[in-house]
Design a protein around this ligand. Structure first.
Ligand SMILES: O=C(O)CCC(=O)C(=O)O
Length: 253
């Protein structure tokens, strides 16, 4: 798995989660999403395809929050994260991905890091900087995500750069050669580097939880919302609290 990740920038584990594990968290995510839709109608109308801060203490009842924290802090996720993130892993956050309200809404190629800086030299530096990985947990069978393999360590071709920046007559949603579309099924886990070039594939009423883990690097973790982390009591109740402890320690440093 480690070699596969190093080579391509992503790794797919089919059937990683049991039905019992998913049954614990799906109702939690559905309730969160209903509330989010009520509170963000204009944003949803205008094309939103994701929400965030699912573990925020004001977003869930204590028992629902515990169910989600337990899911994140399982032994098997921790072991995989430890294998793939040697300088971590620390918990960075959560997101939920769903379809846009209007089905004609186009997707967009991007590297997550491009939203932190427009500067090309800074974007290039991110290829060798702190590691951030999405752990995608689809709750329904869906079209998945399309990735440009190996772009976690190589810079864009001219065509890729023009596409993700909508330059030279290209649109952000135009197809790119040599991409890899990865349809996902309930139970699968897809891990991919946040900084590789990727786009979501909408449709099928997708509903996927992304858990984001990263290097234990205070620079990467400075935007973590403390209210999204477990408090002492919640931390002590977790079977494997390390991933949250790493974040808390980095925030204190
Ligand atoms: O699934 C999507 O819509 C895109 C995913 C994405 O952009 C991300 O996880 O950073």
């Amino acid at each position: 798995m480690q070699d596969e990740y190093q080579e391509n920038g992503f790794v797919l584990a089919r059937g990683f989660f049991s039905e019992a594990e998913l049954t614990e968290i799906e109702p939690v995510l559905r309730v969160f999403h209903e509330n989010w839709l009520n509170d963000n109608q204009a944003f949803y109308e205008n094309g939103a395809i994701n929400s965030a801060y699912i573990t925020h203490k004001d977003a869930l009842t204590p028992s629902r929050r515990t169910a989600l924290l337990d899911f994140i802090a399982t032994d098997k996720l921790l072991k995989l994260a430890q294998m793939l993130i040697p300088n971590g892993p620390a918990f960075m956050g959560t997101q939920l991905f769903f379809d846009p309200k209007h089905s004609d809404r186009k997707n967009y190629w991007h590297r997550d890091g491009q939203y932190n800086s427009d500067d090309i030299s800074e974007q290039k530096a991110m290829l060798t900087g702190g590691l951030v990985l999405h752990f995608r947990v689809p709750l329904v069978d869906e079209r998945g995500i399309e990735l440009m393999p190996r772009t976690h360590f190589r810079w864009d071709t001219d065509l890729e750069y023009a596409t993700r920046t909508a330059a030279d007559g290209r649109n952000v949603f135009d197809d790119l050669p040599d991409s890899k579309a990865i349809p996902l099924n309930r139970g699968d886990l897809l891990v991919f580097n946040a900084n590789m070039i990727h786009r979501g594939l909408y449709g099928g009423n997708r509903f996927a939880l992304d858990i984001i883990f990263c290097d234990t690097d205070p620079e990467l973790l400075r935007f973590v919302q403390p209210d999204c982390l477990p408090d002492m009591q919640e931390l002590n109740a977790l079977a494997h609290p390390q991933i949250f402890q790493a974040t808390l320690q980095a925030l204190r440093s």
